[in-house]
Design a protein. Structure first.
Length: 134
């Protein structure tokens, strides 16, 4: 996106101007992740979580990033925190069920999937996880 650096600069400026707000660091992490600056995005999400350990949106986004990068153990831990923080939030439940399946916990995954509505619309807060053969 041509406007991305401008948005990235805004988020960086906001993060330094309002460093106590987890939401600002979460937004900054999303912007960094969108330009494939994963190490910096992880640091921004972790900063958000250091300010508010129960900030489920950062747990979910961090889990999604780890899953896309093939770090399934880390993704599971993040999705666990998001799901237990807001167990009725459909994207968090979906992501936790999906990572459970990928990591071999089929029974737990099926149990979680069965609690989801029969038809759900995938959102940007949900991740499709494919484990590549070793």
């Amino acid at each position: 996106h041509p406007e991305q650096p401008e948005h990235e600069g805004w988020a960086a400026w906001e993060a330094t101007r309002a460093p106590r707000y987890a939401a600002i660091w979460d937004i900054y992490g999303r912007l960094l992740e969108s330009v494939n600056r994963h190490a910096e995005a992880r640091a921004a999400y972790e900063k958000a979580l250091s300010l508010s350990s129960g900030y489920t949106f950062s747990w979910n986004r961090l889990g999604m990033m780890h899953a896309r990068l093939g770090r399934f153990g880390l993704a599971q831990s993040c999705f666990y925190h998001a799901h237990t923080g807001k167990p009725d939030e459909l994207p968090f439940k979906f992501n936790y069920a999906a990572i459970q399946k990928v990591n071999g916990a089929e029974a737990e995954a099926i149990q979680l999937f069965q609690t989801l509505p029969r038809q759900i619309v995938l959102t940007t807060e949900m991740v499709i996880i494919e484990k590549r053969p070793a």
